[in-house]
Design a protein around this ligand. Structure first.
Ligand code: C2E
Ligand code: C2E
Ligand code: C2E
Length: 89
């Protein structure tokens, strides 16, 4: 079997997110803004999020966590490596 490293983190590319049309990125942007405010973490180029938060976002987007992950990868907001984080759900 292919050797795999530890489960990758879910890392949101904040610059890419800001380039997306509002109707796509709106709920994600609001969710990320809430996490940044809770952490006091405003200055990053990226934001690591909890697996739990991807599940919550999937409910918001009315998709399965796997389908939302594919969408976020297509938008360029998540790295394709993130698939491995969600496979373990
Ligand atoms: P909390 O969940 O009680 O976490 C308290 C503190 O423990 C956090 O303070 C952080 O320093 C640390 N901590 C908890 N889980 C992790 C983790 O997985 N990784 C790291 N690196 N540190 C962790 P912080 O960051 O100031 O957050 C304060 C509160 O804001 C948290 O209290 C939680 O209620 C909320 N929060 C922050 N970030 C997130 C997030 O990504 N998702 C969710 N659902 N809540 C978050
Ligand atoms: P990493 O998790 O692979 O993160 C690499 C770099 O991406 C970080 O470098 C930081 O510049 C950026 N980054 C990732 N997630 C976030 C985020 O949620 N907010 C912001 N503002 N930036 C983020 P940095 O800060 O030099 O950290 C290097 C490595 O040190 C991290 O690699 C991680 O392994 C560890 N580390 C840093 N802070 C924490 C922490 O609070 N908790 C834990 N468990 N590890 C940390
Ligand atoms: P990380 O800090 O490298 O933590 C990796 C995993 O270790 C977390 O995955 C979680 O399962 C566990 N973990 C780390 N610290 C704590 C803690 O204080 N309490 C608990 N109950 N578990 C902890 P998870 O939750 O999927 O988070 C992924 C990444 O998101 C974290 O990587 C961290 O970069 C970021 N993150 C999550 N929650 C917080 C938070 O509250 N504050 C900050 N600053 N970063 C967070």
């Amino acid at each position: 079997p292919t050797p795999l490293g530890p489960t990758p983190k879910l890392v949101i590319d904040l610059e890419r997110m800001q380039q997306l049309p509002q109707e796509k990125a709106g709920p994600l942007s609001r969710y990320v803004a809430t996490i940044q405010s809770q952490r006091g973490d405003y200055n990053g180029r990226v934001l690591s999020i909890r697996q739990e938060d991807l599940r919550s976002l999937a409910v918001i987007y009315d998709k399965s966590p796997g389908d939302l992950t594919e969408e976020l990868i297509n938008w360029g907001v998540l790295d394709p490596e993130a698939r491995r984080a969600v496979d373990s759900f």
